[in-house]
Design a protein. Structure first.
Length: 294
């Protein structure tokens, strides 16, 4: 009870710092997923790390800041195309439904960075919801998570997909997230500072046929490439944290805990130290890797 009262006091006391931050038009999670499925739209998702790089505030733990990455992210947020969804987290508008940690995090973020961030966003534009891949661990009500995951999985149902991910992201490994795909190919990139291979990675991806479905889990580099590939006529989905969120749901986790064989910035310094996968048990995973760019 004391903690709740302190939270309420802090939220009220810091309200003037958020008073002038605009309310943005952001679709719901369900609306955004439906738009992707029904209209075969690509999505570039932005979150707090992307905002810090966009505004030139600072490096983030897995991606160093540079004028080039800031410029590319600005191109993304300025993109207006009928087949591309630019996603913002609905939590910049409201933290209703979030747990305490997420609620405090986002209010503090807007307190600190909201004024600068608002220079880059358009209150008149309708954005998609970037939280389509992170609705479990930060939510107070976790009952609808299973239904949302099932809906999300229909994006790649029966399809041949190419995954572009950090070396230790390992989407769908050890779970059934991708079991309904027709086939999986993987291109591995560095798990940190992936933007330094941006040019080589883009060149590689442009060699694929236009009917390829690209599934990205590569931080801000994914945000940029999903938009650019969509402009080239590809279908590209930035799935971000979907895999580890799915694992947490299956574990019944109530906090961000390490997952075997995976590196995730979501767990802070508590990420799994055992990143080695048995080549026999995980043979399908290793067989799916068609290229590694370092």
């Amino acid at each position: 009870m004391k903690k709740q009262l302190l939270d309420i006091y802090w939220i009220i006391r810091t309200w003037p710092m958020r008073w002038h931050f605009p309310k943005y038009k952001i679709a719901s999670i369900e609306e955004t997923i439906d738009d992707i499925i029904q209209n075969k739209k690509s999505i570039s998702r932005l979150g707090d790390a992307d905002f810090l790089l966009l505004t030139g505030a600072r490096d983030v733990s897995y991606q160093e800041l540079s004028p080039e990455i800031s410029g590319k992210l600005k191109e993304v947020v300025d993109t207006r195309h009928e087949r591309i969804i630019i996603g913002l987290p609905n939590t910049i508008n409201s933290t209703k439904g979030c747990n305490r940690n997420a609620r405090i995090h986002w209010k503090l973020f807007i307190n600190t960075h909201g004024k600068e961030l608002s220079k880059y966003l358009d209150p008149a534009y309708r954005y998609g919801n970037s939280n389509i891949t992170r609705f479990y661990i930060d939510g107070k009500n976790k009952k609808k998570a299973s239904r949302l995951f099932d809906k999300f999985k229909t994006i790649w149902e029966g399809k041949h997909i190419v995954i572009i991910e950090g070396e230790y992201s390992r989407l769908g490994v050890g779970n059934d997230l991708l079991e309904n795909t027709q086939s999986i190919k993987r291109i591995l990139a560095p798990h940190k500072n992936a933007f330094r291979i941006y040019e080589r990675l883009k060149k590689t991806l442009l060699e694929f046929p236009k009917d390829t479905l690209f599934i990205f889990a590569l931080g801000p580099t994914a945000t940029i490439l999903c938009c650019e590939l969509a402009l080239e006529g590809y279908w590209a989905i930035d799935v971000g944290n979907i895999d580890i969120e799915y694992m947490w749901m299956q574990m019944g986790a109530t906090e961000k805990v390490p997952v075997h064989g995976r590196f995730s910035v979501e767990t802070g310094n508590k990420w799994s130290e055992d990143l080695v996968l048995d080549p026999v048990i995980y043979r399908d995973y290793f067989d799916s890797i068609i290229k590694k760019i370092e």
